[in-house]
Design a protein around this ligand. Structure first.
Ligand code: GRF
Length: 206
């Protein structure tokens, strides 16, 4: 596949920054065609513009329904000839119009070892549950919440003294390593989704 990325954000955009940095370092051969935010105040928009990227806001309030909102986002991505969509702290469920436009071509990063702790405040959920290990997951996006096939995961220990902030910071370090690697894998390898599984095509020598 060709290698034009569309990055969707809602907030600070540190994962967007890690993708920008990996491309600059030559570790990820891709180009960011467009950054889309659903919030005008997202700090990631500033990072995108500082990196010289095209960054646009697509706001729910400008569309009468979720379907039309998702169709508008799909339209922006398609008009920039995006091949792979990367959700990077995009705080919305992805609806049918986007899934249809980019089948198995949308990735997400989540701050837990899925299927544990999907949804909001994954780090708080992990602490409250008392797990000893947590981490980050990059997965293919489907209609479920943090539910699609898992591409890569990274684990971190949970310490006795951890707070939501300290655990989040430890996981974030891994997120920033993991997402560019997962994107490179998805772009470079031959793979399929078989049932729940992301399966590399060994026959293709990857
Ligand atoms: C990250 O923890 C990511 O895993 C989650 O939302 C957060 C986004 O952070 N989906 P940032 O905007 O990339 O800094």
């Amino acid at each position: 596949m060709s290698r034009r990325l569309g990055i969707l954000i809602s907030g600070r955009g540190s994962n967007l920054q890690s993708i920008v940095d990996a491309i600059r370092r030559g570790e990820l051969e891709a180009e960011i065609a467009v950054v889309i935010s659903n919030r005008t105040e997202a700090a990631g928009l500033m990072r995108a513009r500082e990196a010289g990227l095209e960054a646009v806001c697509v706001l729910q309030k400008d569309y009468p329904s979720r379907e039309l909102y998702d169709a508008a986002v799909a339209q922006v991505l398609q008009s920039h000839h995006v091949d792979l969509v990367c959700l990077a702290g995009f705080m919305r469920l992805i609806g049918e119009p986007l899934l249809r436009a980019f089948p198995n071509r949308i990735l997400n990063i989540h701050p837990s070892l899925l299927p544990a702790f999907p949804g909001l405040e994954a780090q708080r959920q992990a602490l409250e549950y008392g797990v000893r290990v947590s981490g980050a997951t990059v997965h293919v996006v489907d209609a479920g919440l943090d539910a699609g096939a898992i591409v890569l995961q990274a684990a971190v220990p949970v310490m006795e003294a951890d707070t939501v902030e300290s655990l989040s910071a430890r996981i974030l370090v891994e997120e920033h390593r993991l997402y560019p690697r997962a994107i490179a894998l998805v772009l470079d390898a031959k793979w399929r989704v078989v049932g729940r599984r992301f399966v590399l095509d060994a026959a293709a020598g990857v």
